[in-house]
Design a protein around this ligand. Sequence first.
Ligand code: 4AD
Ligand code: MG
Length: 431
Amino acid sequence: MISRISDLKNHVNEEVTIQGWMYNKRGSGKIYFLQLRDGSGTAQGIVEASSASPKLLEAAEKLTAESSVKVTGQVSQHPRDPSAFELHITDIEIVQLCQDEYPISKKEHGIDFLLDNRHLWLRSAKEWAVQKVRNTIINATYEYLNGEGFTKIDAPILTPNACEGTTELFEIDYFDLGKAYLSQSGQLYLEAVIFSLGRVFDFGPVFRAEKSKTRRHLTEFWMMDAEAAFVEHEENMKIQEELVSFIVKSVLEKNKKELEILERNIEPLTKIEAPFIRKTHAEVVTELREMGSDIKENHDLGGDDETLLTKKYDKPIFVEKYPAEVKAFYMKRDPQDPSRALCNDLLAPEGYGEVIGGSQREDDYDELLKRIREHKLPEDAFKWYLDLRKYGSVPHSGFGFGLERLVAWICGLDHVRSTIPFPRTIYRLTP
Ligand code: 4AD
Ligand code: MG
């Protein structure tokens, strides 16, 4: 019977066949310990010369690291680790024997070497664990938002105009229609769809052409945008903190083993519970200056500012009400102080910084038109977006998270490039 390694616990004392790869081998002559992997988990296979057929022994001897195999054997619980299972091997079918030495070994490799070999590096235990956590974060997002009445919709990737800053666009030739741009965020399209479905979200690849070289930036990454009718700034933040708490809780529940492989200290993650800390941009500027930052009153937070601030607290921090001039054209102004936007960034603790950007949206036709003109955006391209303020406009808000930033934080990784299978940065397009 064929079994997945993750299912071996249900087959103790039975004979099963697992299909996968041998990633490591110990022993010689009398006894071999084969470390096996099949995507669902890892297990140790044992071949003992005293009971093995000559054919089986020969196969065990010649197996090289990363060869693909079908291994048959009797399942038993590991004598010292009850969560692990062993296979007392009775047969090995070699699917493909690696002739060349596998390039990634146990010794330390430089990051460039590993990224050049990303197609192979992804097989390593830590990379496996990161992708499992990423998968949990994706599923938890769907689960939470579906439960809160949000419908998943798909926003286009090819767009005729910018959503965030115009300097960050990837441009392509689009037949006879001129230029098209790769989407930076599905937000504007979600705003149209709330008039049909009320609460919606998208989850897909977005693109930023800014020449950022930091540990927080990719040129292609996955964003989840959520948007809801009749939700205002305060409630928008509530949805964000509940969602993030749910995601972290899900990972703690479902990925114990993965977090262990990643050597992630889970103690800080157990503290991630709503309500999060709330501070205005003005308060944060004062606080940062006291901590030695030279941030100006009307400036956005720099990466270093975010690091500094988020190392100080063990909960995520909402920074609200940024100066409107440093934020996007679509954000509604704070009626208490129109120089501020009704917006928030959510900064993750332990130095991670911004994981979410969100705001209440300008819902008044004339105000929005004024902003579009102030930002020197092409009015024509935004006609459809302005229409939304003409036909049944409502107060509404939304936010977007960067999946890779969440994965980096929750897994405790130092760079977003190791959270996505094939990272795209300004220096890297391969493999
Ligand atoms: O803050 P941003 O630019 O916000 C928007 O795009 C809004 N339209 C979202 C919305 O309101 N629906 O991007 C949202 C998040 C950031 O908080 C960050 O986590 C992530 O996307 N992000 C990046 N992640 C990796 N590489 C980059 N270059 C990123 N730029 C933003
Ligand atoms: Mg942002």
